[in-house]
Design a protein around this ligand. Sequence first.
Ligand SMILES: Nc1ncnc2c1ncn2[C@@H]1O[C@H](COP(=O)(O)OP(=O)(O)OP(=O)(O)O)[C@@H](O)[C@H]1O
Ligand SMILES: O=C([O-])CC(=O)C(=O)O
Ligand SMILES: [Ca+2]
Ligand SMILES: [Mn+2]
Length: 661
Amino acid sequence: MAANGNGRVNLANRGAGRNGLAKIQTQTRQNGICHDDSAPPVKAQTIDELHSLQKKKSAPTTPINGTQGAFAAISDEERQKQQLQSISASLASLTRETGPKVVKGDPARQSETPKVSHVSHHDYFAPTISVSDSSLKFTHILCNLSPAELYEQAIKYEKGSFITSSGALATLSGAKTGRSPKDKRVVRDDTTEDDLWWGKGSPNIEMDEHTFMVNRERAVDYLNSLDKVFVNDQFLNWDPENRIKVRIVSARAYHSLFMHNMCIRPTPEELENFGTPDFTIYNAGQFPCNRYTHYMTSSTSIDLNLARREMVILGTQYAGEMKKGLFSVMHYLMPKRQILSLHSGCNMGKDGDVALFFGLSGTGKTTLSTDHNRYLVGDDEHCWSQNGVSNIEGGCYAKCIDLSREKEPDIWNAIKFGAVLENVVFDEHTREVDYADKSVTENTRAAYPIEYIPNAKIPCVGPHPKNVILLACDAFGVLPPVSKLSLAQTMYHFISGYTALVAGTEEGVKEPQATFSACFGAAFIMLHPTKYAAMLAAKMQKHGATGWLVNTGWSGGSYGSGSRMKLAYTRKIIDAIHSGSLLEADYKKTSVFGLEIPTEVKGVPSEILDPVNTWSDKKAYKDTLLKLAGLFKSNFEGFMTHKIGKDDKLTGEILAAGPIV
Ligand SMILES: Nc1ncnc2c1ncn2[C@@H]1O[C@H](COP(=O)(O)OP(=O)(O)OP(=O)(O)O)[C@@H](O)[C@H]1O
Ligand SMILES: O=C([O-])CC(=O)C(=O)O
Ligand SMILES: [Ca+2]
Ligand SMILES: [Mn+2]
């Protein structure tokens, strides 16, 4: 309260008045003129000028002077013009002759002189009376904004955006709080016809080129009808030889910040030399697709066109569609280069030993690859090339339901300024997040840059893996906490891609639902699963990697009677795999699944290592085990006729590596 300087106000105790309040004394200067303070005055004549002093020009939105290299000859102005033209070309309608006119900057900031650009297919024609109003309109583009700028945009303009007590940006993803795999379509053309996996079991639902263009036009028109759109120019894949340039055009600051966190962030220099993207996403998720359009079965459509290198999103704002849409693209592009794409986490020990963590959604890839004693290479999407592993992304995407500081401190601490928190519930006053609250969805998520994890390995690459850990969250409670796999067993379980989550948590105790998703990511693969499996087998064999099956699910009974495996025990098991000590353990073979299980793991009660010990009802255990084995068998029938690798030997071994009922 006490202001110092001229005309000071003193609340000194000595002057306490009748009711104990301090007496106010004003001291005036001798000359009698009242100044605000004694500091030198600011170098501004007006309030506007004062405000203009606050922000100094910076990269990356303003190009740097004097860059060396191929672009050194180009002036700043020319470079800005090229960037605008490139974005204008991205946003151009393919059916109209002109437009759009794009200007850089926030429409709310009128004072800034906008740089204008627009593409015209017939530049020599002056616009005539026949143009529509939309071609006279400007689209403001907000390019590669910083997290702070995106926070401001989100909070000002997007309902449901708030800063939480830890500094994260809480957002709502709208009606969709998870991906919509049934609405994901791929253009079937001459190339993809032969290359991709179509038909029963395939995630690739077909659409034709024309329908894609109808949806693309719908998305582009929607985006151009807005006051402003966000543009992210970023990279995928930390392997410099196989890096892909992606552009994401979206309508929400939430989407722009999410992708800023999840893709690799270019340096200012890299951004200047970005040029034309290899792949573009048009995210018009707030706008539905048209049910009169051929193939559309709902108001949501996520459309991939590999020939055009474009993806269109209509009718869902769930940001994971962009992340996983790009992953699908990598599942097509990388195998063409003999590089294996993997739905896996990856970390590395101090001695350079690398482990991969495969698993379906919610099985623990992010949780277990984030390990305080190891370097994090990445939590979800990787490539395995002849040089080793590389992360595809620049960020992590963690499930937050029931997140606790004690059990997952590194993830907890990563949820700070810059992180996006999706669909969480928080106290309206303190803005403290209640991670146990499922009111919006069970699939609450945090997206943060990988360097928010203290021991992230930057650049996110590593040598060839030593251990390949397959995670299954077995809600039946019959798979052992850990088993050592032969190569054939690893391939069997990789192709099966099993997990069992609990159906409808709210409707009380229900049967666990077995899910089989080939390569632990059937929703994202583009080629037949055996193509990826053959590559994995060859790489594991060549580099001598050991396969493991880890059950992060139930112990002591199925869901309802047993309980989820303690994370602390799973971590001990993973520690023993990393250290090599588990390789030295004594093993016994289980019946039915024929899994090699250790008799002892340091820090884990030995009795839980064989699940039969933890079930009080032994008959129920046996019945459940046989039931699960039957589900594995019937799922695998679809793969019986496919050959894996060059000779029939491995295929035969894989077929024999499943459960024997
Ligand atoms: N024993 C356990 N091992 C691993 N995770 C556990 C265990 N017990 C509970 N969990 C919880 O399970 C969840 C695993 O989610 P995680 O984010 O790691 O999934 P993910 O495999 O990365 O999935 P996605 O591909 O969808 O991102 C976390 O919420 C974690 O706290
Ligand atoms: O894509 C998502 O929404 C989350 C994820 O990582 C997965 O499901 O594998
Ligand atoms: Ca994850
Ligand atoms: Mn995932």
